[in-house]
Each structure stands twice: as C-alpha cells, then as structure tokens.
Write a protein that binds this ligand. Structure first.
Ligand SMILES: NC(=O)c1ccc[n+]([C@@H]2O[C@H](COP(=O)([O-])OP(=O)(O)OC[C@H]3O[C@@H](n4cnc5c(N)ncnc54)[C@H](O)[C@@H]3O)[C@@H](O)[C@H]2O)c1
Ligand SMILES: O=c1ccn([C@@H]2O[C@H](COP(=O)(O)OP(=O)(O)O[C@H]3O[C@H](CO)[C@@H](O)[C@H](O)[C@H]3O)[C@@H](O)[C@H]2O)c(=O)[nH]1
Length: 437
C-alpha cells in the first residue's frame, strides 16, 4: 500500500520506517529541511536505538523516501498525521497549529476512499472537527484517530509490536470502510496477535489522554510515597517492590526519583486538564493538578538534597550532573527534569558540569548557560558532588572505587535510585537516594 507520513519527528520518522519495514511504499514529509536531508541519507535526525539500521535496511528496498513537499502525499491511500502538539506558551492547552496545518494542507491531495489517520496526541474533539473539514472538501475520504503509545528508547519495537491498536472512526463501527484499510496497513502485527479496538473519535482521543494520565499518576503516586518515606525514614524502593507484587498494582512505573519529563506526559496531562475545563468537566481532573505538582516538587527536592549534601551551601560547589536526557536511550531533552535541576543548581551558585552519552547537543541548544563535557570521566574530575539524574547503563555501571579517586569529595545523589547504596558506601561515598534512608 502507498502511505504518506506527515511529520517526521520522534514519532513520524519511526512510523515511516516501520511502515516500510511492514512492506508498504512510504513517503515521509516534513517542513524541516534538515530532518529531510538526514532521513534521505538514511540517518536518524535524533537518537533512537535501532532506527539508523532500520532506515538503511528499508531505504535499500526503495520503499522509503523523504521530502518536504506535501504534494508528494498525492497518490497515497493512507496519510498518517504525526506532527507535534506542544503545550501552548503560557497556557496548559495543546497547540494545534501544526495538526491543523497538516490536515488542511493535505486536503487538495486527497482522492475518494483515502484514509487520513491522526496519530498525534490531541485534545478530545479535534478528530470530529477535522472530520468536518475533510467532509466539506473530499466527502469520500475518511478520518481515523489511531493514537500512538510508543515509548522513546523502544520506539521501533513498540511500533512493530504494539500492545494494541485503537481505531477511532466516525460511527465507532467495525464495519466502517476505514477499518479494513487500517487492518491492511497493520496486517503483519495483527497476524502476530496484536489486538485492536474499534471505537468512535472522542473515545480514541480520550484513550490516549487517559493512558498517559494513568502513567503520570502512577509515577507521582510513588513519588508522593517517597516524600512520606523520607519523612518517616522508610525505603520507597522496597515499598514499591512490595506493593508491586500485587498483580492488581504491578511493579512497572513505580520507580521513584526525580519525576517524569519528556515531550509527552507533562504536556499531555496539562492539555487534558485544559480540555476538560473547556468541556465543563474540570472537577473530574483536579487530581492531575496534584500529579503535576508532586512531579515538579521532586525537582525542588533534589536541589535541596544537593545543598544538604554540599554541607548546606551550593555557592561555588562543583557539581557534576550525570544525564541530561529526560530518560536513558534517548537524546530528547524536552522538559528534562535533569536539565531543569542542573539549571536550578547553577542559578543558586553551583558550578555545574553536565554530561550525557547522547543528549548534549540538544541540551546545549536549550540551556546554553550550562557547562557540558562529553566524556564522563573528565566531567567528574574534582567534583564536590555527583548527581545521577538520568539512569544510562554506563552510569549504573560506574565503579565507585575507581571514581572516588577522581572526585574532590566522594558524595553522590542517586536521583533514580539505581546505584547499589551499600557498595557505594563501602567505597567511601556519602550516598543519598530519594525516598530512602
Ligand atoms: N515522541 C513520542 O514518543 C510520542 C509517542 C506517542 C505520541 N506522540 C505524539 O506525536 C506527536 C508528535 O510528537 P513528536 O515527539 O514526534 O514531535 P517532534 O517535534 O519530534 O516531531 C514533529 C514533527 O512535525 C513536523 N511538522 C510540523 N508541522 C508540520 C507540517 N505542517 N507538515 C509536515 N511536518 C510538520 C516538525 O518539523 C517535526 O519534525 C505529538 O502529538 C506527540 O504528543 C509522541
Ligand atoms: O517508574 C517510572 C517510569 C518513568 N519515569 C519517568 O517518566 C518519564 C516518561 O517515561 P516513559 O513513559 O518511559 O517515556 P515516553 O517515551 O515519554 O513515553 C510516554 O509518553 C509517550 C508519548 O505519549 C507514550 O506513547 C508512552 O506510552 C508513554 O510511556 C521519564 O522522564 C522517566 O524517567 C519515572 O520517573 N518512573
């Protein structure tokens, strides 16, 4: 099948490559000429494990191409909208400028029977509004909302082997003609057993908002428990292990630490609250305000703990921050808690050096005032304290004995609770975790 993918960022570039891997003929379209140049040379414009190899593999088949011309969408049977929906400046709501531009820009290139598939995360009501636009211009085309659940760092596997597909169609019916078309697109994962749920437009949009709200709530729940553990001298990692053994709760997403960041969870819960307010249902989501507040409090708490660790003053203290990305195996620094903490420490007088295996270029663009060092061994030289804020494997594997010889003072704050506290203490370090005695 011929497919176009509009928007080739973290979601769209992976989606385009994976659709080609599934055997489709795919054109990826983006307004960003730099991304198109990189992708056309079979290079991922960002770090995502496995994506470079996949791009090379599928481009050799001739089934994948990239362009900045939206007119290249003409002739495709399916058009995926994968553009960004960032938080509006100074407001909680989602900025739909890009989705609207992509959808209206596509209209002249649609043919009867075409299926436009929204994958971007949008406020409920967007699909019905766009379906109205579509009907007016090309009444025989269809709009499906097919939310995406991939995680950065696992994006290729998550796209090829998702937990489920959700198709939101106009009438919510399995007999809607677009359902068979999407079933063809996803024939291989469907044959491998991936379930799919057909529903209406608003339910599909809400599934995505609800899924991310649930994940954010789980993280803030355990971080709230970490606050109580800190006050009571208890250990939140053992608490998480114990409650997680209950199948109804589950251990995943109960890692207490510096909180959630990235281009999705923070902005998605805020956009959800804003949209619920517009619908007169804001009371239903007041708990998300607390989820957000608990999350942001973690960042302040880490700065306080760092000050404690540095004998009560940050002024002039050399602090090395290990990790800049919002999570490991990604170079994405959107709303990265690690960088926000690093910037706070610097504002309060510390001399901060940030290191990260993949995210330093993005970090430097966002926070040019911070000092960066690519080599972790150099970054830790003469540090008064280390803060592990993004749990890359290479930081988990650090040898506390060898490291103790490089730093000025062996003091470490483990913002993700991933180091072996006993081992680090045995090697002479003052170790602080979050929510741990
Ligand atoms: N990143 C993820 O892990 C992920 C997962 C699931 C859902 N989502 C959702 O997917 C959407 C995209 O997220 P992302 O992380 O890929 O964002 P991104 O910023 O990495 O990519 C968006 C891309 O869209 C391009 N674009 C903007 N307007 C365009 C237009 N009119 N025509 C063509 N291209 C255009 C931009 O240049 C950019 O490359 C968001 O709604 C996000 O919430 C993201
Ligand atoms: O127990 C945990 C799990 C995660 N995090 C943090 O939470 C954030 C988000 O992590 P994760 O959800 O793994 O990353 P994303 O790639 O942002 O993926 C989320 O956002 C995507 C975009 O909507 C969705 O598609 C995914 O399903 C959803 O997991 C990161 O800062 C993590 O460090 C924690 O602090 N504790």
């Amino acid at each position: 099948m011929r497919i176009s993918v509009i928007g080739c960022g973290y979601l769209g570039a992976v989606h385009a490559a994976c659709m080609a891997k599934l055997g489709h003929e795919v054109v990826g379209i983006d307004v960003d000429a730099r991304k198109i140049e990189e992708l056309s040379a079979a290079r991922a414009p960002f770090y995502e494990p496995g994506l470079d190899d996949l791009l090379r593999e599928v481009q050799e088949t001739g089934r994948l191409s990239f362009t900045s011309e939206l007119s290249a969408a003409a002739g495709s049977a399916v058009h995926f909208i994968c553009v960004g929906t960032p938080q509006k400046k100074g407001e909680n709501g989602a900025d739909l400028t890009y989705v609207d531009a992509a959808a209206t820009g596509l209209l002249p290139y649609l043919s009867p029977g075409d299926v436009v598939v929204g994958k971007s995360t949008v406020p409920v009501g967007t699909a019905s509004r766009l379906a109205g636009l579509l009907r007016a211009e090309q009444p025989d085309a269809h709009l499906v909302w097919n939310p995406e659940f991939l995680r950065e760092g696992h994006a290729v596997a998550d796209t090829l082997h998702p937990d489920r597909f959700v198709y939101g169609v106009f009438d919510g019916s399995e007999d809607h003609p677009a359902v068979a078309v999407l079933d063809d697109v996803y024939a291989a994962p469907r044959a491998a057993g991936t379930p799919r749920l057909v529903t209406d437009h608003p339910t599909a949009e809400l599934v995505k908002a609800a899924a991310n709200s649930f994940l954010a709530t789980k993280i803030s729940f355990i971080n709230a428990m970490a606050e109580v553990c800190e006050a009571a001298g208890a250990d939140v990692t053992q608490l998480a292990d114990a409650i997680g053994m209950d199948d109804r709760i589950g251990r995943k997403f109960l890692n207490a630490g510096i909180g959630f960041g990235g281009g999705c969870l923070p902005k998605d819960i805020r956009a959800f609250m804003a949209r619920a307010g517009e619908l007169g249902a804001d009371q239903a989501l007041t708990f998300l305000r607390e989820v957000d507040a608990i999350n942001m409090r973690r960042r302040t708490r880490v700065v306080e703990l760092a000050r404690d660790l540095c004998d009560g003053s940050l002024l002039g203290k050399r602090i090395t921050v290990l990790g800049a990305a919002f999570k490991p195996e990604s170079d994405d620094v959107r709303d990265s808690p690690a960088l926000s903490i690093a910037a706070q420490l610097q504002l309060q007088g510390a001399v901060v050096t940030v290191t990260d295996p993949k995210a330093l270029a993005n970090a430097a663009r966002r926070f040019p005032e911070l000092h960066y060092e690519t080599d972790a061994a150099t970054a830790v030289q003469n540090a008064d304290a280390l803060l592990l804020l993004t749990e890359w494997q290479e930081y988990r594997d650090l040898d506390p004995y060898a490291l103790a010889r490089s730093v000025a003072l062996p003091r470490v704050l483990d913002g993700r609770n991933v180091l072996d506290a006993d081992k680090w203490r045995a090697a002479g370090w003052t170790y602080r975790g979050l929510g741990r005695p």
